[in-house]
Design a protein around this ligand. Structure first.
Ligand SMILES: OC[C@H]1O[C@H](O[C@H]2O[C@H](CO)[C@@H](O)[C@H](O)[C@H]2O)[C@H](O)[C@@H](O)[C@@H]1O
Ligand SMILES: [Ca+2]
Length: 554
């Protein structure tokens, strides 16, 4: 591994679930040995970092986000030694590993909670969690899992008190006012850092503290605590990365960067639904508007941008009107909706239209930030919205046309979830083996765009500027650094479109299309009537077409 403390700025992150990836021992559940065997695939795909969903001991009532032991591996996925072997094998291939640090809450089966509910009131043990005699406190706080919970308080018959939880009732929130909790989290962090993991995704991080009269999100105390985690990391583990999961409006989200002294990365939640909105509305405005309203971030920080992940396509960061639009456009069947979002994968959301899948990926790989790919989306996997909760997007990875999609040798009934068998996305045709053999498959195209992105660090760390377009259906922007100028144009429309751009800044440059190395006509400066130089440049794009151009001086 090269030592570059800013590695995350030019990373390609691949999010995966150990459970869903590859089952080595035929019990129907993916495991670390299976994942290790698939590292060659991930290396060939070109990704440079893996983000692993939770793999810790857990009753699995929220797919592992309900931890019952912080410093070991759930035995269904293997042993801690299996994890270490995997980590070493990933590092040998130059692939970094990001794991989850779920510190807002634990499972109600965690020994800390078992101890707290029995401990005397006012004791440090009891105060590991947030208790109250009434469910009236913090009443300005929204409920996140609103299809499943009616309150952020639940009654505990053993403690004879209510406890606070932002998510499921079986996920009690830790109490950060207790110094013992703050210290315990440092110890968990040290454990995984000492093992050599490269990054931590800080799950549900805006909700650490509660204060009366607030919405209990993004509180100053939360930022102060995160800064203390960061300073600890900087002193002990200088090239590691903290990735916040702060599902917030951009003005609040940027606060998780501090002055470059808090988290290194944060997901851009408001951008994600607007990529889908712009596409269906055939209008660049939602994307332009949200990025123009995104404050600048410190140089050592980076957005994580994504199209889909393991959760619903969350619509928390849109207006009520936009949410209605998104439900109408992408989730007409109520079974496709859960909480405040849409539980579908990328390909089905886009009607399995290869052009739209490529277009959104072209934006994922060229807009400012580090792209995060969700496992299976690189082959256009389908979903199963009838599996409940968000499980429909968490089905086994489809490797081949063999039984169980090559994921497991178990009897099919034994798989943790069934593989996708509906006609359009059936694993017999939608799988890695079939697509690896076809140079025109989505998988081959994904390898190509990843390889191209990796050749040009300007995408990870260059400046970003919108280019006014005469046609609002065509989005245009420039990525630039001292070495290179890259022009990106993207047609959000289902019909062919033309647009004219003012490229006077690049007069006498030749655009070279980056995928095919084709030179386009030069950008010629003309003298405008007022004497200034003008360089209007016209482009025609196919339906959902896009171009990436390097602008070279003639
Ligand atoms: O650990 C509880 C949950 O934490 C994350 O949740 C995030 O996803 C929610 C949507 O499912 C979102 O609304 C919320 O703002 C986030 O914190 C995690 O990604 C979930 O899988 C998990 O259930
Ligand atoms: Ca297994």
């Amino acid at each position: 591994m090269t030592t570059n403390p800013l590695w995350y700025k030019n990373a390609i992150i691949y999010e995966l679930s150990v459970r869903a990836f590859a089952d080595s021992n035929g019990d129907g559940i993916g495991d670390f040995v299976g994942l290790t065997q698939k590292l060659d695939y991930l290396q060939e795909l070109g990704v440079t970092a893996l983000w692993l969903l939770p793999f810790f001991p857990s009753p699995l009532r929220d797919d592992g986000y309900d931890i019952s032991h912080y410093t070991s591996v759930n035995s269904i996925y293997g042993t801690l030694d299996d994890f270490k072997t995997f980590l070493q094998a990933a590092h040998q291939r130059g692939i970094r590993v990001i794991i989850e640090l779920i510190i807002n809450h634990t499972s109600d089966q965690h020994p800390w909670f078992e101890r707290a509910r029995r401990a005397p009131e006012g004791s440090l043990e009891r105060d590991f969690y947030v208790w109250s005699d009434t469910p009236e406190k913090y009443s300005d706080t929204r409920i996140i899992f609103q299809d499943f919970e009616t309150s952020n308080w639940s009654w505990d018959g053993i403690a004879k008190a209510f406890y606070w939880h932002r998510f499921y009732h079986h996920q009690p929130d830790l109490n950060y006012d207790n110094p013992a909790v703050r210290q315990a989290v440092f110890e968990v962090l040290d454990f995984w850092m000492e093992l050599g993991v490269d990054g931590l995704r800080l799950d549900a991080v805006p909700y650490l503290y509660e204060r009366e009269g607030t919405n209990c999100e993004n509180l100053p105390e939360t930022h102060e605590y995160l800064k203390s985690l960061r300073s600890h990391i900087d002193h002990k583990y200088p090239d590691r990365m903290l990735l916040a999961e702060a599902n917030q409006w951009a003005e609040d989200a940027v606060k998780y960067y501090g002055d470059g002294d808090e988290c290194h990365m944060n997901f851009h939640f408001p951008l994600m639904p607007r990529l889908f909105m712009s596409l269906r509305m055939e209008d660049s405005l939602p994307i332009v508007d949200i990025l123009q309203h995104t404050p600048p971030i410190p140089d050592n920080c980076q957005w994580a941008i994504f199209l889909r992940n393991h959760d619903e396509l969350t619509l928390e960061m849109v207006t009520d009107e936009d949410r209605d639009y998104m439900y109408n456009a992408y989730a007409q069947d109520p079974a496709m909706r859960v909480n405040v979002g849409i539980r579908r994968r990328l390909a089905p959301l886009l009607g399995n239209d290869r052009r739209q899948v490529e277009l959104l990926n072209s934006l994922l790989f060229s807009l400012p930030g580090t792209p995060v790919i969700y496992y299976g989306d690189e082959i256009g996997m389908g979903d199963n919205v009838y599996l409940g909760d968000r499980n429909g997007v968490r089905t086994p990875m489809q490797w081949s046309s063999d039984r169980n999609a090559g994921f497991s040798r178990a009897a099919s009934q034994r798989l943790y979830f069934p593989v996708i068998v509906d006609a359009e996305y059936h694993y017999v045709t939608t799988n890695v083996e079939v697509q690896s053999a076809n140079q025109y498959s989505l998988l081959s195209w994904m390898k190509q765009i990843i390889a191209l992105r990796k050749q040009f660090s300007v995408f990870g760390s260059g400046d970003f500027k919108f280019l006014p377009s005469s046609n609002h259906k065509i989005l245009a922007f420039v990525r630039a650094d001292e070495q290179i100028n890259v022009l990106v144009v993207a047609n959000l429309s289902a019909a062919a479109q033309t647009a004219t751009f003012d490229l006077s800044l690049f007069a006498n440059h030749v655009p070279t299309e980056m995928f095919g190395q084709t030179e386009f006509p030069a950008i010629n400066a003309k003298l405008a009537p007022d004497g200034t130089a003008d360089a209007p440049y016209s482009l025609t794009l196919a339906p959902y077409g896009f171009y990436w151009f390097v602008l070279n001086p003639t």
